[in-house]
Ligand binder design. Sequence first.
Ligand SMILES: O=C[C@H](O)COP(=O)(O)O
Length: 251
Amino acid sequence: MTDAAADARRLIASLDLTNLDDGCTSADIDALVARASTPAGPVAAICIWPRFVKQARAILPPGIRLATVVNFPAGGEDVAATLAETRQAVADGADEIDLVVAYRRVAADPAFVEGQVRAVKSAAGAATLKTILETGELADPDLILSACEAALAGGADFLKTSTGKTPVSATPEAARILLQAIAAHGGSVGFKPSGGIKSFEDAKRFRDMAAEICGEGYPDPSRFRLGASGVLTDLLAVAAGERRVEAKAGY
Ligand SMILES: O=C[C@H](O)COP(=O)(O)O
């Protein structure tokens, strides 16, 4: 197996295979679950709308985690509603909660975001809590750092860049800020770049950056996830040796 094929397999093992399309149907969920067990091994998780959690729980093979989203994609400030959504998702069988934080409050009131994250973490119980910071909307590096610090102080298990619903999603610049904040916090919180990741090269760049900043052993599926709806086809082609990898990926 080539180095690129081995890397593609590792990236598949870290993939949160996502369908958060507005028009997602029950049949789409059946198809997503079927795709999650790939010829190159299982993905880490599927990530879906809360209304499909029960359906997916009944058919998802053991070993693939079930992630859903709350307060998504608006990142509003109604904490009580988000807590209710979180409790329902966990009761329906979610293993992981991807929360859009109230990112518009970060500039004026980061303590609000910290409190929101702490409350959702408590409601999530044993489920993993990923916090979506919507870095493309925050844009300013100082604001992104402030959002990271609020989420970390609130007990987030992962920092995640984006919903995939805004004009700017995961960028290398934002990823670096999240990873540096994670490293400064002890390096055990996870990292999930998400939104607009379409190719093996895009995905590998984020994994390489995670290893560079948080250490070679950091990016395993317990701490590194890729959130993407459209990258699996390319990862499978590279894993099978059917697609030549661009030189910029470092081979
Ligand atoms: O949480 C993950 C994102 O919604 C996926 O975004 P994407 O559809 O651009 O891959």
